[in-house]
Design a protein around this ligand. Sequence first.
Ligand code: PMP
Length: 357
Amino acid sequence: MTTTRSKLNFSSGPAVLPESVLRNAQTALWDLDGSGIGILEHSHRGPEFGRVLDRTEAAIREVGGIGDEYAVLFVTAGATAHFTTVPASFLGAGETADYCHTGVWSGKAMTEAKRFGTVHVACASDEKFTTTPTTARWSAAPRYAHYTSNETIYGTQWAAPPPGAPAPLVCDASSDIFSRPLPLAGHGLIYAGAQKNLGPSGISLVVARKDFVATERADLPPLQRYGTYVAERSLHNTPNTFGIYMIGEVCAWIREQGGLAAMEARNRAKADVLYDYLDRSETWRAHAAPGSRSMMNVTFRGPSVAAEEKLLAEAERRGMSSLRGHRSVGGLRASLYNAFPAEGLHRLVELLEDARL
Ligand code: PMP
C-alpha cells in the first residue's frame, strides 16, 4: 500500500480510505456503473442500487466469512445509537447484561444500558486503561455480554474475544472491524460505525445472528428493531445509499489485498514499527501495555505537554495530520487503519527521532 498523497492522515475517524476506492467513488458520483446517473442520485428501490446492495453484502460476507445464520445490516446511525438499541432490544427490567469495561466507549455503552436493566461489570481494565482484562466474573444468567474489541481512545485491543461468557457476545467493533479475521464464534451481534475501516460516517454495519435477533423485544418502533432491518434488508426507509456503496468498494479492496489475514499481517507490521521504536525511545513512551496494544490506534506520551505540542507543530509542518490524542486523555495518537500506508510509519518514526529533546 503506497500513497500519492502528500499529507499523512493519522485521524481516528473519519479516517484515511484506500486511494483507489476514493478515485472510483469520484467516477461513481457522476456515473454509477455506466448508468449515466450518479450513486447519490439513484433511487434506493431501483435496480442499479439493488446491484450495489447485493455486491456490498456479498463482499462483506466473503471477506468476513459470514454464513447465512447471520444477517448483514446497514443502519443509518453511528455506533453510539447501538449503545442504546442493544439494551433497548435485549435487556428488560429485572434482567442483567454483562459488560467488559475497557475505556471511554464501554463506559458510554454501560451508561445507556443502565436505563433498561442491570449492568454487571464482568471485567475491567486497570485504572489507567492500559490493558485489556485477562479474567472475567460473569453473572449467573446475563442476556448478553458486551465488549469493545478496540478502545479507540486509550489504544488497547482485545487479542481475542473475552472467553467463557455464558451468553451471546455483543461487540462494538467500530475501530477494528475488518482489520483482522472476524471472530464470529460466540457472537450474537457485532456493530461498527463505518468511518474508520469501512467508509463514511453516519452509517454502521451490523452482523447479527438471526436467532439472537429473534429474541429482541417486539414492541419498539420499527427503526429501533434489528428485526426490521433483517426482514426488510435494511430498506425499511431510505438507507445511506452512498455509505453502502462505499462499504462495498472498501470490502472489494480488502479482498484484492488478500483478505483479512493479509490485512492483519500488514496492520501488525505497521503497528510494530511504531511500538518497537517507542519501546526503544527514551523520550516517547507507549500508553498501552504489551499484550493489550492496539494495531489500529497507537497512543503515546512525551516527556511533557510542551514536548508533545512541539511535536504536533512539527508534524503539521511535515504534512502529518491529526496526531493529537483524544481531548479526554491528551497525549498523542497515531491511528493506523487498514488504508494507512506503511511508508507513513517510517516518516512518523523519523519525526519522533528528530523531535527528541
Ligand atoms: N465506539 C467506538 C469504539 C468508537 O471508536 C466510536 C467513535 N470513535 C464510537 C463507538 C462512536 O461512534 P459514532 O460517533 O459513529 O457514534
